[in-house]
Ligand binder design. Structure first.
Ligand SMILES: Nc1ncnc2c1ncn2[C@@H]1O[C@H](COP(=O)(O)OP(=O)(O)O)[C@@H](O)[C@H]1O
Ligand SMILES: [Mg+2]
Length: 339
């Protein structure tokens, strides 16, 4: 649905040149929610603005719905842009227009008949839950309500793609969750493809199917969220995960209680239905090793449950080895941290 090929973006002139993106490739499938995460200055906004050519890439191709946008003339580009909705961190609403008029704006702009506008806007007001606020002005709304107006406005021209530039970064955690839920709902109802950028792993974990990590203008890692989240490869990815959740760093056994010499520290990752199965207790009963749980998380990535346990196994080497291989046979991911 979205295909970026070899995108380079250089701001400024030769003397002051900043390379914001360098040779970046990205591919987003129809109907998925794709997240791009990166630190401030990594190139996220530039990336998302290149997709609707709010920024023109210095080099590279931008394909949306099978059309290469950088080659289009002004009129054709305007038409294609209607298929790409966008929402922003600071909402970008018209402060002197009501909620109704803000949502109607893109339709008014292209001369849609009044009755058709009314029908569409009413439908959208219901979708985002703002029917009672239609006559209010943005200043009279909460942050979450403003973003709902932004979402409704972005959907007014029935886009195929919705771009979200840090759409929840100005909101408190509870409001963030309600907006993420709304985005997920829209995605599922209309098979709308969503590309969102964020610096919060929580946003990715809640609603994204796949994720790419952007660093210094390039993608350093990407894949299904379950894979990237549970088996991060790049240092930047690990940083985001450990900052966002209770990570597995900082497991320090108290020095006054040194672990027995024969114990082995292991991280076990469960995914999907296995999260709720009693695999670990079945296996240790069979092998006769003892274990202590030092740290544990059970949570979900979008709708997939997962668990991560840091366990110390105590028993002779053979038994512990057998425990590890039985766990692996049962398709659990087992990583020895210390032996
Ligand atoms: N209009 C601009 N002119 C010059 N440099 C810019 C402009 N916009 C962004 N940059 C620079 O490009 C880099 C990437 O910025 P940006 O895409 O905004 O990153 P992010 O959204 O991840 O914080 C930064 O070094 C930033 O200073
Ligand atoms: Mg930005």
């Amino acid at each position: 649905m979205i295909e970026l090929k070899g995108i380079t973006k250089i701001y400024g002139t030769k003397k002051t040149a900043t390379t914001a993106l360098s040779g970046l490739n990205l591919s987003v499938r129809k109907g998925e929610i794709f997240g791009v995460i990166g630190h401030s200055g990594a190139g996220k906004s530039t990336l998302i603005r290149c997709i609707n050519l709010l920024e023109r890439p210095t080099e590279g191709e931008v394909w949306v719905g099978g059309v290469e946008l950088t080659r289009l003339g002004k009129r054709e580009l305007q038409q294609q842009r209607r298929k790409i909705g966008m929402i922003f961190q600071h909402f970008n609403l018209l402060s002197s227009a009501t909620v109704y008029d803000n949502i109607a704006f893109p339709l008014t702009l292209i001369g849609t008949p009044k009755a058709a506008i009314a029908e569409k806007v009413n439908e959208l007001l219901a979708l985002v839950g703002l029917e009672e606020h239609r006559h209010k002005y943005p200043a009279q709304l909460s942050g979450g309500q403003k973003q709902r107006v932004g979402i409704a406005r972005a959907l007014a021209s029935d886009p195929d793609v919705l771009l979200c530039d840090e759409a929840t970064s100005a909101l408190d955690p509870q409001t963030t969750d309600s907006i993420l839920k709304l985005l997920l709902d829209i995605n599922q109802r209309f098979q709308l493809t969503i590309l969102l950028i964020t610096h919060e792993m929580h946003v990715i974990q809640s609603i994204c199917d796949r994720v790419a990590v952007i660093h210094e203008g390039g993608i350093v890692e990407q894949g299904p969220v379950t894979e990237v989240f549970l088996k991060p490869k790049h240092g930047v990815t690990r940083e985001f995960i450990h900052r966002g959740a209770a990570g597995d760093e900082g497991i320090r056994l108290p020095s006054s209680v040194p672990p027995p010499a024969w114990s082995r520290l292991v991280k076990i990752t469960f995914l999907g239905a296995k999260t709720y199965e009693s695999v670990l207790s079945q296996v240790v009963r069979e092998t006769g090793v003892n274990f202590a749980i030092l740290q544990g998380t059970i949570s979900t990535i979008k709708d997939t449950p997962y668990g991560q346990l840091t366990v110390s196994f105590e028993g002779d080497d053979d038994r512990v080895e057998r425990t590890l291989s039985l766990l692996r046979e049962r398709d659990l991911d087992v990583e020895v941290i210390e032996s």
